[in-house]
Design a protein around this ligand. Structure first.
Ligand code: BGC
Length: 428
């Protein structure tokens, strides 16, 4: 077998990520309700929101169809997870990130669904049987409807419900785990749900955003303290979305101020507020911003291509962020818990992954303590307010033809690299 393209430590974790609502199917939470109420509106207004995309013609028929905006059976991962784990293992991965769906575990306030808990227990055992390290996420942006009806994370008094859920899951499943993420992208959730109103709740208020954000900081800190005391061996963190913000014109003071404030607001605030309650740093990274004012993005970077959702792709930004983190938090191991590209034609995925690997291996050589890279996503997934047209999966899923999973060409390329790195040399 030829040598791997890039050097990585032997115990490096190579994973793929999913989240319950985006792949499982048959969930009933605040998103399910919002989707059904808003699908027709989303379809009707699609061109206003997305008509500027260079690939608009390719996505128009899906984006203007209300059924695109309903998660429904998703990709039936709840029933097909063993097949999906076999495929993940066959790709040479050694880690897998997933979330527990709170609305399945506690469908009514205080009523616990034993069968759902057993499901996730078996799920974790099946991962471990295949040598896939479980990276469990307690919350990936979905709430039971009863919790949302009480005001969700806007209300401080509701934090106890999340603490009770988290403690129950850890009591049941903790002994099987080494890594637990408490919250996924609390910063993005607070922004889209409470400031821009693009996601359920939905609210359009800076005050509501600030309240939800601060409550999520408390959720993280309180959950960490409780769970760490009873599970000292488990490594805990949360995964914000971190973005490098640069001034569009490095010499322009206003641009500099825009970048500085965006870096503080989006990145450092969360990490400063939660630092004493993290065992490692986890972050999701998809793009870089070029700021031309306070909260104003300039033209991003016309030198790099756009993904299908119109995000400029700069694959080395995850490593750049790792270097910045290493300086500020030198004692912390670093895991990239999401990085990926919406690419229906599979034209850029291989490039994205290879550039990421190149930049990460260089950053490790320069001293960054990066311990894992978890790609978003294993499967084509329900992409929140955009629905089904964005394609992030290492495995393409044909929802019209029996949910058939097929590795993309770029995935097969990555698998051949991964097998050299993780020592798995045979696809199942
Ligand atoms: C989220 C995922 C989402 C991905 C791509 C992240 O913001 O954690 O749920 O699918 O980005 O947009």
């Amino acid at each position: 077998m030829s040598k791997p393209l890039y050097k990585f430590p032997k115990d490096f974790l190579w994973g793929a990520s999913t989240s319950s609502h985006q792949v499982e199917g048959g969930t009933y939470n605040q998103w399910t309700v919002w989707e059904l109420e808003n699908a027709a509106h989303q379809a009707k207004t699609a061109e206003d929101r997305l008509g500027w995309l260079p690939n608009w013609k390719d996505i128009a028929s899906q984006a203007t169809d209300p059924s695109n905006y309903v998660s429904g059976e998703a990709v039936d991962h709840y029933n097909r997870y063993k097949e999906d784990f076999d495929m993940a293992k066959g790709l040479g991965l050694n880690a897998f990130r997933f979330s527990i769906e709170w609305s399945r575990i506690e469908p009514e306030e205080g009523k616990w669904d034993e069968a759902a808990i057993e499901h996730y227990r078996t799920y974790i055992q099946e991962l471990k049987k295949r040598g896939l390290e479980p990276f469990l996420n307690l919350w990936h942006m979905t709430n039971p409807v009863w919790f949302e009806d009480k005001g969700g994370f806007m209300e401080r008094k509701n934090i106890v419900y999340f603490l009770r859920f988290a403690a129950t899951i850890m009591e049941e499943l903790g002994s099987e785990l080494n890594y637990v993420l408490i919250l996924n992208e609390p910063n993005i959730y607070a922004w889209f749900s409470y400031k821009t109103g693009e996601w359920p709740a939905p609210k359009h208020s800076t005050l509501a955003f600030a309240r939800a954000y601060l409550n999520l900081v408390s959720v993280h800190r309180q959950t960490y303290k409780i769970l760490k005391a009873s599970n000292p061996k488990i490594q805990f963190s949360s995964a914000p979305q971190l973005v490098i913000n640069e001034p569009k014109d490095p010499k322009n003071l206003i641009h500099q101020l825009g970048a500085w404030s965006a870096n503080i607001g989006n990145n450092w605030l969360w990490l400063w507020a939660t630092h004493s309650c993290n065992d490692f740093i986890a972050y999701n990274n998809y793009f870089k911003n070029y700021m031309s004012g306070l909260g104003t993005k300039g033209i991003d970077n016309p030198k790099t291509p756009l993904n299908d959702m119109g995000w400029y792709m700069e694959p080395d930004s995850a490593a750049e962020m790792a270097m910045a983190l290493q300086k500020r938090f030198p004692d912390m191991p670093i895991y990239i818990t999401e990085s990926g590209v919406a690419d229906a034609k599979d034209a850029r995925r291989q490039w994205w992954i290879e550039e990421n690997m190149k930049a990460l291996s260089q950053a490790i050589e320069q001293g960054a303590n990066i311990k894992g890279y978890i790609h978003w996503s294993l499967l084509d997934n329900f992409e929140w307010q955009h629905g089904w047209w964005p394609k992030f999966g290492l495995l393409e899923v044909d929802r019209a033809k029996g949910m058939k999973r097929t590795p993309r060409k770029s995935t097969l390329w990555w698998a051949s690299e991964l097998k050299k790195l993780t020592g798995v040399d045979k696809a199942r």
